[in-house]
Design a protein around this ligand. Structure first.
Ligand code: NAX
Length: 331
């Protein structure tokens, strides 16, 4: 049988962590025949709760789960990990300035970058979930120079899945029959959910979603806004932010990255920009990607119209601004 893969989940005593670790232990992230060892990190005030999560993982008797480490020691948590899912971070509290939240997260991601750099496996794949996700991932990249930059990503798959969900609801079809939406840019309300290339599978083949949803006005306004504001709508309804959907999307992100995207299908991932589509390099920006043999590549050659161009640039500009705010916190 296969060797166990070590998966780090930071912030594992939190809401997303609680939804995510059983999914990983059931094989939803790495496949139903891949044993795993979970490394769970949280901070001292959550140590007891973290230990409770470990007890429940033992009690659930997951056949794939070979061992569980629950710790508040970042070195122990990072040692030998193959996959790192970074969910822990400092949340924005009422009355806090953006700069103060940024500053807390910059120092967390700087420290955790160093721990991963020194102690994780050399080809460790990193997914940053904690907000501001793109900029936390950028800081992690800057302070873990020996981890290949293509191994450092952030989560926009939840936004991607939300967009697929909205289209399937609108057309009253199965979500599995909808593909190739794109989330461009930042995981924030400036993200651009792009339906230009979405196709829908029906009994008579593939059709562009734009043809089936003749209402261009809906696509340009309400659809985009609903996806951008979905996180806030969940908070309003649940009095808590998205957790099961975030955990499920994190599994989708890693699974497709490691095991590959289906032929003819792409997904959205926040990755280090290389100048594709005129997006400045040096940002962690969400692009359409395909994955094969554990590596992603940005889908090339898509036609970008004027409407898309403006929105792609606006979200890039927000990331440039976040980057300079983050850098100002380093001094
Ligand atoms: P919770 O507050 O429930 O959990 C966060 C956990 O992180 C807590 O247990 C906390 O003690 C821990 N933590 C804090 N500092 C830490 C550190 N330095 N090292 C390790 N652990 C630390 O938040 P939750 O709802 O689970 O959300 C987690 C993060 O995901 C937040 O930053 C949130 O904004 C972000 N999200 C990102 C999404 C995305 O699509 N990229 C969507 C969902 C979510 O909003």
């Amino acid at each position: 049988s296969k060797n166990a893969v070590r998966v780090l989940v930071t912030g594992a005593a939190g809401q997303i962590g609680y939804a995510l670790v059983p999914m990983v232990a059931r094989g939803a992230m790495l496949g139903p025949d891949q044993p795993v060892i979970l490394h769970m990190l949280d901070i001292e005030p959550a140590a007891e709760a973290l230990n409770g999560v470990k007890m429940e993982l033992i009690d659930a008797a997951f056949p794939l789960l070979k061992d569980v480490i629950a710790t508040t020691d970042v070195v122990e948590a990072c040692t030998g990990v193959d996959i790192a899912v970074m969910v822990g971070g400092f949340p924005r509290k009422e009355g806090m300035e953006r700069k103060d939240v940024m500053s807390k997260n910059v120092s967390i991601y700087k420290a955790q970058a160093s721990a991963l750099e020194k102690h994780a496996n050399t080809n460790c794949k990193v997914l940053v979930v904690a907000n501001p996700a793109n900029t936390n991932a950028l800081i992690l990249k800057e302070f873990a120079p020996s981890i290949p930059e293509k191994n450092i990503t952030c989560l926009t798959r939840l936004d991607h899945n939300r967009a697929l969900g909205q289209i399937s609801e609108r057309l009253d079809i199965q979500v599995s029959d909808v593909k190739n939406v794109i989330i461009w840019g930042n995981h924030s309300s400036t993200q651009y959910p792009d339906v230009s290339h979405v196709t829908v599978t029906s009994s008579d083949g593939q059709k562009p979603a734009r043809e089936l949803i003749a209402d261009d006005q809906w696509l340009r306004t309400e659809f985009i806004k609903t996806v951008q504001q979905r996180g806030a709508a969940i908070i309003k309804a649940r009095k808590l932010s998205s957790a099961l959907s975030a955990a499920s999307s994190a599994c989708d992100h890693i699974r497709d990255w490691v095991l590959g995207t289906p032929k003819g299908t792409w997904v959205s991932m926040g990755v280090y920009s290389d100048g594709s589509y005129g997006i400045p390099s040096g940002l962690i920006y969400s692009f359409p990607v395909t994955c094969e043999k554990g590596e992603w590549s940005i889908v090339q050659g898509l036609k970008i119209n004027e409407f898309s161009r403006t929105k792609m640039d606006a979200t890039a500009n927000e990331l440039i601004e976040e980057k300079s705010l983050a850098y100002s916190c380093l001094n």
